[in-house]
Design a protein around this ligand. Structure first.
Ligand code: DC
Length: 221
């Protein structure tokens, strides 16, 4: 079996990218890199610093001038990794409702995407990575050895996201999460690509373990 050096996982919000990505990364001893955190970090900083979220050029400058780092967890509080923006721990701030509401607007600016593209490509070039996002297989790592596109019905994704948020202590309602995911799907669709050579997997009713086995089987085949 030829083990892929680079694995791209794309798909909409709450489609299971992080769970599968982390299992694969752990299995192969690779870095797991969730590119959504870059867009979230720019959104968080922009909101805090009072940027106009319609000003793509200013946001792109903010993105280009911020040093992002992802490290193994530094605090034992349920996090899967620690995200640093200019040395500041922003790990949980990236998951706030305010960031969720605004991140699509920030990530839709072509100038912001261009500013973050190079940082993502450098990580891809180093290899031994599982990178998750929306445009990884088509734009960021078009030469990835394995490309997976994950999807699930919006209802299934809303159920998962609601359970995840409740577990984290957030008071949320399934219908609000469903409405929010539908809105984000629409806003993100312009930057979401299914690479022509990607393997598409539906995750409804399938456990992460089943999906992991299916991917391993594909690699072996
Ligand atoms: O996967 P996520 O929910 O953490 O992504 C946050 C936002 O970033 C989402 O609105 C889509 C955007 N995004 C993107 O446009 N391209 C990527 N490669 C990753 C995320």
């Amino acid at each position: 079996m030829t083990v892929p050096r680079t694995i791209a996982i794309d798909g909409p919000a709450a489609s299971g990218k992080s769970t599968l990505g982390q299992i694969l990364a752990q299995h192969f001893g690779y870095l797991y890199f969730d590119t959504g955190i870059l867009y979230r970090a720019v959104t968080y900083l922009a909101l805090r610093l009072g940027y106009d979220l319609a000003d793509g050029a200013a946001l792109a400058e903010l993105a280009a001038s911020t040093v992002f780092r992802v490290e193994t967890p530094t605090v034992d509080d349920g996090r899967q990794y620690t995200v640093l923006a200019n040395g500041e721990d922003v790990t949980w701030a990236l998951r706030s409702a305010q960031v969720e509401r605004n991140v699509s607007q920030v990530s839709c600016h072509p100038a912001v995407r261009a500013a973050l593209r190079e940082q993502q490509r450098q990580i891809g070039i180093a290899g031994r990575v599982v990178m998750a996002g929306r445009d990884i297989g088509a734009v960021i790592m078009p030469d990835a050895d394995l490309k997976i596109y994950l999807d699930a019905s919006v209802e299934e994704r809303a159920r998962r996201r609601t359970a995840e948020l409740l577990k984290r202590g957030r008071q949320v309602d399934y219908n609000d999460v469903l409405a929010d995911l539908s809105r984000r799907d629409q806003a993100d669709s312009i930057n979401t690509y299914v690479a022509p050579d990607a393997v598409a997997l539906k995750t409804d009713g399938r456990t992460p373990e089943e999906l992991f086995r299916a991917v391993l089987h594909m690699i072996e085949a």
